[in-house]
Design a protein around this ligand. Structure first.
Ligand code: SF4
Ligand code: SF4
Length: 272
């Protein structure tokens, strides 16, 4: 269990606890203000937040005190955790008011607009009132499901984002090359920028034939967690690197890859 589940999950994953989606969450003035910033300032919020975190992380020696400050600040902002397609679909079965909004990361990194952030809850109405002419597409639950399945097949990473933990407001469907959360996480290994998911994968020795050394699953993994082993002729997983996105499964025609709870693999357990 991650620290958010311990604090906010009530025995479940934090983002699957229906209490965290309730209207009462918006009674918190700080959260309200944060949602207003995300919706009203749009991309400016991401620029400001990214520069704050990068500014802290850019200190010559990223010491314990700075990491502790980031750890304390991040849950009050708009952070998140990797989720599998299955959990993404469960999330939207709890949420309501679905809208697709432009990916702030893509706008920030390549100045292009793509409506690939699946937002829900208070975001729709807040966006309507603060940015009435801004791009936003309302979709039904069925369309949201179809959208997530399609993006998963394309190899997009799902991340559940909170607006001040533990209120989930979005499942983003990003690409590693744009994702500003990962641009903060990787240089200094700051887990709070984006937590790993609750699972890792296992590869079936029986089913994996190594695809003749040209393994599409290895290509699909953006985290370098998979490698073809010449000796066994199969693919091996480095569980310390696996984020549990589950995207490698889509690339495997032999159904040789499955997700398993992170807690069951010693090197991955507690490695968020
Ligand atoms: S795609 Fe499947 S069968 Fe091919 S190497 Fe990867 S896990 Fe093995
Ligand atoms: S091996 Fe890579 S693609 Fe597969 S679940 Fe882990 S991080 Fe995702």
């Amino acid at each position: 269990m991650c620290e958010f589940c311990e604090k906010h999950g009530h025995g479940n994953r934090w983002y699957l606890n229906p209490d965290n989606y309730s209207d009462e969450m918006m009674a918190d003035r700080d959260r309200q203000k944060l949602v207003e910033e995300i919706c009203g300032y749009g991309i400016d919020y991401y620029i400001n937040f990214s520069s704050k975190v990068t500014g802290l992380a850019g200190w010559p020696a990223l010491g314990t005190a700075i990491k502790a400050a980031i750890k304390r600040l991040a849950p009050k902002q708009h952070g998140g955790q990797i989720v599998s397609l299955e959990d993404s679909l469960e999330i939207i079965s709890i949420a309501n008011n679905f809208v697709l909004l432009p990916c702030a990361c893509k706008r920030l990194v390549v100045n292009k607009e793509e409506l690939c952030c699946l937002n829900f809850g208070p975001i729709r109405d807040m966006q309507r009132s603060l940015l009435p002419d801004g791009p936003m597409e309302e979709i039904t639950l069925a369309e949201a499901r179809e959208y997530l399945v399609g993006k998963d097949a394309e190899g997009r990473i799902h991340q559940v984002l909170y607006a001040k933990a533990p209120m989930p407001v979005c499942v983003c469907n990003c690409d590693l090359q744009w994702c500003t959360s990962f641009k903060q996480r990787f240089p200094h290994n700051i887990p709070e920028a984006v937590f790993k998911g609750h699972e890792v994968i296992v590869v079936s020795e029986e089913l994996c034939d190594g695809c003749g050394g040209d393994a599409p699953c290895v290509e699909r993994c953006g985290f370098g967690a998979l490698a073809y082993d010449e000796e066994t002729g199969k693919v091996m997983v480095d569980h310390a690197l696996c984020f549990g996105c589950g995207l490698c499964r889509v690339a495997c025609a032999r159904d040789a890859i499955a997700l398993l709870s992170r807690s069951l693999i010693p090197v991955a357990s507690g490695n968020w």
